[in-house]
Write a protein that binds this ligand. Sequence first.
Ligand SMILES: NC(=O)c1ccc[n+]([C@@H]2O[C@H](COP(=O)([O-])OP(=O)(O)OC[C@H]3O[C@@H](n4cnc5c(N)ncnc54)[C@H](OP(=O)(O)O)[C@@H]3O)[C@@H](O)[C@H]2O)c1
Length: 323
Amino acid sequence: MNPKVAIIGAGNIGSEVYKRVQELNWEVVFVVKQDGIYKNFTEKIDAQENIDKHIRDVDLVFLAIPTFDDGLTAYKYLKMFLENNIPIITCEKGALGNYFSELKDYLPIIGYSSSVGGGTRILRYAKERVTKKTKKISLVLNGTLNYIFYQLSQGKKLDEVISEVQRLGYSEPGMKSAVDIINKEASGDVPLKVSILFNILGLSPDIIKAKNLAVNKIFEEDLKLLVGQAKELRYFISISKEKMLSEKVVGGFAFESNGWHCLAGFRNTDSEFIKFLKGATNGIEIEESGFDGTYCLTGPGAGAGPTVSSMIKDAQILWNTKK
Ligand SMILES: NC(=O)c1ccc[n+]([C@@H]2O[C@H](COP(=O)([O-])OP(=O)(O)OC[C@H]3O[C@@H](n4cnc5c(N)ncnc54)[C@H](OP(=O)(O)O)[C@@H]3O)[C@@H](O)[C@H]2O)c1
């Protein structure tokens, strides 16, 4: 038996989900856009506020809306389905990044893999690999920033790279200047992903909320400096048992919780692993005591194709559990 599904959000991700579930012969019961509830993407069947009349017909839900607020809109959608015991697969980050306490009891019926690391499935990997022996976790979690700085390190001009990022759909809609695009990714996206990762891994009994992190913005003069040093710099995150030496960090944020020191921002990297991540790639490297090598995973960090593949994988796992 195939599940009956609903899709909330009909943009890059929602339309790819629609295509992929049809290929699986899963019935799409309804699609929600900002202005109402639709059947088959085009035929409007109801106003958005009447959504609770339709949810009884659904087995699984895909949530693919932008984070306009702190995640509250997405959280309200999640809550409505979860309280009705309907599993939901989300690639939106605000709800899990800022409303984790309210959602944690429902984690077994939330598909969250694509909220961190696009199609790389970093959270599942880290959940298995991070143990009491772990001493450091290094991460690249923003494919757009990695793409921009990798291309700059290869000698491309900033204007050229920013046009590419917009053409490829890697930047959020509405962002025009390079500094806006970089700030949106560095100050908006990464804190949400780090909070989700921290909370999903249970690194601390204290729940981390992205909106409580003090994030340093990038200004035009910082950007000039970063572009000039693109060969040596990347935006990456370290979560370490040892306090990191006071190195120069541009943008980003730092916090400490339960003996873990987290540092994120543009920094010089002497890590071969971080340097190895080319293009719109995400990655995780885990170091543990008593082992000279490291555990590593890399994969696609942006783009509808890999993100939706990960959402479908979560949906299949949740549906097999529910059946
Ligand atoms: N694109 C990627 O590569 C990627 C990768 C990983 C995660 N994500 C995440 O995926 C989510 C969606 O991204 P996207 O690129 O698909 O965005 P998008 O192309 O801008 O599409 C957003 C869709 O959400 C709908 N929407 C907005 N607010 C809504 C609301 N309150 N209720 C119902 N529908 C609403 C919009 O409706 P209208 O059509 O009526 O405007 C639109 O159809 C974001 O949270 C993003 O961070 C994206």
